[in-house]
Design a protein around this ligand. Structure first.
Ligand SMILES: NC(=O)c1ccc[n+]([C@@H]2O[C@H](COP(=O)([O-])OP(=O)(O)OC[C@H]3O[C@@H](n4cnc5c(N)ncnc54)[C@H](OP(=O)(O)O)[C@@H]3O)[C@@H](O)[C@H]2O)c1
Length: 354
């Protein structure tokens, strides 16, 4: 699908349907990056539906506890817990999953991979050595999903249910495609991470936006690739993955790292006119987690509707890119966490074409 300025404007101004509500008693949900913004509002919706266990997964305990308290005050919900995960550290991602799985009764019905950042001009590399927005938005986000596959699968089996993985992406993925040279290079993700490809120190606002868009395109590819490899139990997948575009909304963190006052004012004006509230944006994440429409597995969702992704993603070049990026991701994440390859071999299957 082509995404024009008018598609964006109409979408933004279209009234958002009320939140899709389901009874979530007995269910467990984890929302990554839920101390603020869309993540917080998504968690709050789950709380209002009586979810049994709700984990606010955040990188800063103080902020997490403040969010938990606020949630309790706003909804009366007392079952939220704070979990610590910092996506700039693969070790932290591994520890978070391990900690969660420690509880033998643990189940996981809904995993919302919401946390993301704009590229940083300072602290532009993580201590693992990757460019910060790449590791946060794509590598660690994908690692979390993969490390949770055993629990998602056991939840499906034990409780006869279909868990969900929801990846927050963006409509900005329509504005970008990867160069053939990147995809055909020996190791696209390493190339993507190199300073030759993107140099944060010298990145102006447009380059930062471009980089962010690329990480969101990686999210779309990841969701599609994961869904295509999910085994079916009878005729239904064991778990469902969706890629959700919440649309432009107010955001604490997702702003270009710039000194330009003109740009800052321009972003504020754009948001003032067109942005949805974070609560409205969160309704889309909830839809991605709860809707039962045919074809939802691997779908891209916007305005609470399954929508065709970009022409690039669904075209021949995109199909090749998806395959190459998936294999490359599994190789790279397997070097970081030895469990990854074993999980992929055990819990996923050969891809079914979209
Ligand atoms: N807002 C929009 O207009 C918009 C549009 C399209 C798509 N999206 C997508 O929607 C999602 C949420 O956006 P938002 O506007 O709600 O963002 P936000 O207000 O900036 O919140 C981002 C959340 O991610 C957390 N986070 C950042 N880095 C992290 C890390 N290393 N480890 C763990 N958590 C980390 C933040 O924690 P701290 O508070 O500690 O920083 C915060 O809780 C993102 O995936 C974004 O790409 C947003």
């Amino acid at each position: 699908m082509k995404y024009t300025l008018s598609t964006f404007l109409v979408g933004q101004l279209w009234p958002m349907p009320p939140v899709l509500r389901k009874d979530l008693s007995e269910k467990t949900a984890i929302v990554i990056g839920s101390n603020t913004g869309i993540g917080y509002e998504t968690a709050k919706h789950f709380a209002s539906m009586g979810v049994t266990r709700l984990v606010l997964a955040v990188r800063n305990r103080e902020k997490g506890e403040a969010a938990r308290k606020q949630l309790e005050e706003e909804t009366g919900f007392r079952n939220a817990e704070v979990g610590i995960v910092d996506l700039t550290s693969f070790e932290s991602v591994g520890n978070f999953v391990k900690e969660f799985e420690k509880n033998l009764d643990a189940r996981l019905d809904i995993l919302v991979l919401n946390a993301a950042i704009f590229p940083q001009l300072h602290n532009s590399r993580t201590k693992d050595g990757w460019e910060t927005s790449h590791q946060t938005n794509h590598l660690s986000t994908s690692l979390l999903a993969l490390l949770f596959l055993p629990l998602l699968s056991s939840t499906a089996k034990k409780y006869d249910t279909t868990p969900r993985v929801v990846v927050l992406t963006s409509g900005t993925h329509y504005r970008i495609q990867f160069d053939k040279n990147l995809i055909e290079s020996e190791n696209p993700l390493r190339h993507f991470d190199s300073k030759d490809y993107f140099d944060p120190q010298n990145a102006g606002a447009a380059a930062q936006q471009g980089r962010y868009n690329e990480t969101k395109l990686l999210n779309v590819f990841f969701a599609r690739a994961l869904a295509a490899r999910t085994p079916a139990s009878h005729t239904y997948p064991t778990f469902i993955t969706t890629a959700v575009n919440p649309g432009l909304s107010y955001s604490a963190g997702l702003n270009p790292d710039t000194d330009s006052r003109i740009l800052k004012v321009a972003v504020s004006v754009l948001r003032f006119i067109f942005a949805r509230s974070q609560e409205q944006a969160a309704r889309q994440a909830v839809w991605g987690a709860l809707a039962d429409e045919a074809g939802i597995n691997g779908s891209y969702i916007t305005e609470t509707t399954i929508t065709e992704s970009s022409d690039y993603v669904i075209g021949d070049e995109g199909v090749l890119a998806e395959e190459k990026l998936w294999n490359n991701l599994v190789d790279e994440l397997s070097k970081i966490n030895l469990k990854v390859q074993e999980i992929v071999d055990r819990y996923l299957t050969i891809p079914v074409p979209h």
